[in-house]
Design a protein around this ligand. Structure first.
Ligand code: UDX
Length: 433
């Protein structure tokens, strides 16, 4: 099939490349000329394991193309995926849909034959209705179908998640487009992927509800971790004990720093704002947002306590600063709150991240990027393990750290407290007494 992905951000690029790998002819479009130029030369703008090989392979076999010409790309394609950003509007919780509706306006003038137009970006319920209205201004109803087909890709695992999805959700209001979409996904369905067809509005809501639920699960376990710390219980035992109940499930029950990334913070806000619009109070999700916001402050208080409330001139080493491992994404990472606050309190901070230097800390006083774990840990007062990269999972701290009074605050519970005590390391973790 001939596909066009509008927007070469995370969603558009990964999905486009994977669709081309399944044998489709794909054009990925973006108005950023430099990005398109780079992509044509196999330079990938995001860090995603395995993506560069797949891009090169499909450029070479001529199934994957990049273009900055939206109109032309639309005309050449049968199925058009809208994959542009839907960030939170400034000063509120609503999703900013200007890019989505901007694309819809462009589309409405370029429909030369029957087209299926799909929102893959996360969009509030009834955005599909809005797109349809725009398209109807210049086109008759039988010329197009608007579908919602949300993505559930996790950064760092995106290619695997595309090929082996837990489910594929397609929200369509007519049979013809639903049939074509099922055909597009057939290679994954025949390999066992579950496929569900719902109304368009339901598919839009499934995406928000899923992300909000996962954010709730994480927040739930994070709050329980706070309780465990007070009563000397290991939160990991609670996660395992709860997770074995199949109604609950073990995933997304790892206590840690505040959740971040490009989806959970934005989507939890957007779903509550949609509900408010329809006079429905999603109070659980609202309290999740509030609790997650407080989480960084709470963990910072633990840092102060670990340092006996003497933060000034203390050397603090951050291992990992992105919102989670296997990504270079800094969006809504809790390090963006923690590092500037510690700097204001007079700490001297070094950070190492496997994905390199971060411009976000450029203007923050006494914050330095170092190129290796050993440099980061040299002569430090406190090591903070902020993300769960494999690189940080079996470090010999005694070898790295010259300071004999080693303190490690492991925010991802990567190490065993007993083993660390045996090594005479003052070890602190999350929800483990
Ligand atoms: C998420 C959804 O999982 C994905 O389906 C959606 O399409 C996009 O948003 P992503 O943002 O890549 O994916 O990250 P994810 O792996 O879900 O983690 C989100 C946040 O939750 C991270 O900050 C992570 O560290 C945190 N997390 C996750 C925990 O703290 N504990 C867990 O057990 C799981």
């Amino acid at each position: 099939m001939k596909l066009c992905m509008i927007g070469t951000g995370y969603v558009g690029l990964v999905s486009g490349v994977c669709f081309s790998d399944l044998g489709n002819q794909v054009i990925c479009v973006d108005k950023d000329d430099k990005k398109i130029n780079d992509l044509q030369n196999g330079i990938i703008p995001i860090y995603e394991p395995g993506l560069d090989e797949l891009v090169k392979k499909n450029i070479n076999n001529k199934r994957l193309n990049f273009s900055n010409n939206l109109k032309d790309s639309i005309k050449k394609s049968d199925i058009i995926f809208i994959c542009v950003g839907t960030p939170t509007k400034r000063g509120g919780n609503n999703a900013d849909l200007s890019q989505i509706y901007g694309v819809a306006k462009e589309l409405s003038k370029s429909i030369n034959k029957y087209k299926i137009i799909i929102t893959k970006s996360t969009v509030p319920v009834m955005t599909g209705d809005g797109i349809e209205k725009i398209l109807l201004k210049f086109n008759s109803k039988n010329k197009f179908a608007v579908i919602s087909n949300p993505e559930f890709l996790r950064e760092g695992e995106a290619i695997r998640d595309f090929i082996y999805p837990d489910r594929i959700v397609v929200g369509s209001n007519d049979k013809k487009s639903a049939r074509i979409l099922k055909n597009l996904y057939l290679p994954l369905i025949t390999k066992g992927a579950k496929y569900i067809n719902t109304s368009r509005r339901a598919a839009e809501l499934i995406k928000y509800a899923s992300n909000a639920f996962l954010a709730t699960k994480i927040t739930f376990i994070n709050e329980l971790a706070n309780l465990c710390e007070k009563i000397n219980i290991n939160i990991d035992d609670i996660s395992i004990g709860m997770g074995l109940d199949q109604r609950i499930g073990s995933r997304f029950l790892r206590a840690g720093p505040a959740y971040g990334g490009s989806c959970f913070p934005k989507d939890t806000k957007a779903i509550t704002s949609t509900a408010d619009k329809f006079a429905t109070n999603l109070s659980v999700i609202k309290s999740v947002i509030k609790s997650n916001k407080n989480r960084s402050t709470l963990l910072l208080k633990r840092v102060y306590k670990i340092l006996n409330n003497k933060v000034r001139k203390k050397k603090i080493s951050f291992l990992g600063v992105t919102f989670k491992a296997n990504t270079d994404d800094m969006r809504d990472s809790s390090s963006l709150t923690m590092i500037p606050t510690l700097s204001k309190k007079g700490a001297i901070i070094s950070y190492f991240d496997p994905t390199g230097y971060k411009k976000e800390f450029k203007k923050i006083k006494n914050v330095n990027y170092v190129k290796s774990i050993s440099k980061c840990l040299d002569k430090t007062d406190l090591v903070i393990i902020h993300t769960e990269w494999n690189d940080f999972k079996s470090l010999d701290f005694n070898r790295f750290i010259k300071n004999k009074k080693i303190k490690v605050f492991d925010m991802r519970n990567l190490y065993s407290p007993h083993k660390m005590i045996n090594k005479k390391i003052k070890y602190y973790s999350v929800g483990r007494g």
